[in-house]
Write a protein that binds this ligand. Structure first.
Ligand SMILES: [Zn+2]
Length: 220
C-alpha cells in the first residue's frame, strides 16, 4: 500500500478527534498534505472508530483526482474535500486542515460573532476567529466563501450554522488549535451567560447551572 505512513497518520488523528468528542460518528473530516502535489483526506460516510488506512483517499491537490485508491473504489473522498483544498492551495504553510462539529465552538458558529483571541492563544488560533457566512455543507459555495477569508496567520474559522475549521503547519498543531478553540468557545459562552444573568437576574436560577457545567468541562 502506497502512502502507508500518511494513511496511518490520518487514522490516528481521527481516533484522537473521536475520543475527545470533536468527531462524532461520521461527522467531521480532515486533509493532510503529503507533499506539494498530493494530499490524504478522510473518506465520506465512514465510521472513524473502524476506519482502516486503506480507506483513506489520496488525491492530487490541484484537481482533486484520486491518484491512489487502496479501497478498490469502495471509498469516496469526504464531501468537504473542496473546503480543505481551498485552504491548502492558498496556504503552502498549512500541512493539515481539520473540520469538526465540536459542540461549544459550533454553538459560537450558531451565534455568528467572530471570536477575539487572547494573546496566550494566538500562536494556535491567530488574532481573531472570523465567521464564514452560511452556505450548505459540501458545496463549492461554502468552499468559495471560506477561500475569501483565508489569510496567513488565520488558523481557525467558524462556519456559520455548521461547525469550524482549524489549520496549521502540522497535524499536532492543528489538533491543538481544535482543542484551544473549544476552550475559548467554552469561556465565551460562559461569559455570555454571566452577562445575560447580570442584565436579567431573574434568569440566574435557570442559567447558572449551564454556566457551571461549561466551566467544569475540562479544557486545555
Ligand atoms: Zn460539517
Amino acid at each position: 500500500m502506497k502512502h502507508a505512513a500518511e494513511r496511518r497518520q490520518v487514522v490516528t488523528l481521527c481516533l484522537r478527534l473521536s475520543e475527545r468528542g470533536y468527531f462524532a460518528g461520521t461527522g467531521g473530516n480532515l486533509m493532510l498534505r503529503i507533499d506539494d502535489e498530493r494530499v490524504a483526506v478522510t473518506p465520506s460516510a465512514t465510521d472513524y472508530l473502524v476506519m482502516r488506512p486503506e480507506d483513506v483517499c489520496v488525491l492530487r491537490l490541484s484537481d482533486l483526482a484520486v491518484i491512489d485508491d487502496a479501497s478498490d473504489g469502495a471509498r469516496r473522498p469526504s464531501v468537504e474535500t473542496g473546503l480543505h483544498a481551498r485552504v491548502l492551495r492558498a496556504r503552502p504553510d498549512v500541512g493539515c486542515s481539520i473540520h469538526t462539529h465540536q459542540p461549544l465552538a459550533s454553538a459560537c458558529a450558531l451565534i455568528g460573532e467572530p471570536l477575539a483571541v487572547p494573546p496566550a492563544l494566538r500562536a494556535w488560533l491567530g488574532d481573531e476567529v472570523p465567521v464564514i457566512g452560511y452556505a450548505p455543507s459540501g458545496t463549492s459555495w461554502l468552499a468559495g466563501k471560506l477561500a475569501k477569508a483565508v489569510r496567513p496567520g488565520r488558523q481557525a474559522y467558524l462556519l456559520r450554522n455548521h461547525g469550524i475549521l482549524c489549520c496549521a503547519a502540522d497535524s499536532d498543531t492543528a489538533m491543538a488549535a481544535v482543542e484551544r478553540l473549544e476552550g475559548l468557545a467554552r469561556d465565551r459562552l460562559a461569559a455570555r451567560i454571566e452577562e445575560r444573568v447580570r442584565r436579567a437576574p431573574d434568569l440566574r436560577d435557570r442559567l447558572a447551572p449551564v454556566r457551571d457545567l461549561l466551566l467544569h468541562l475540562k479544557g486545555p
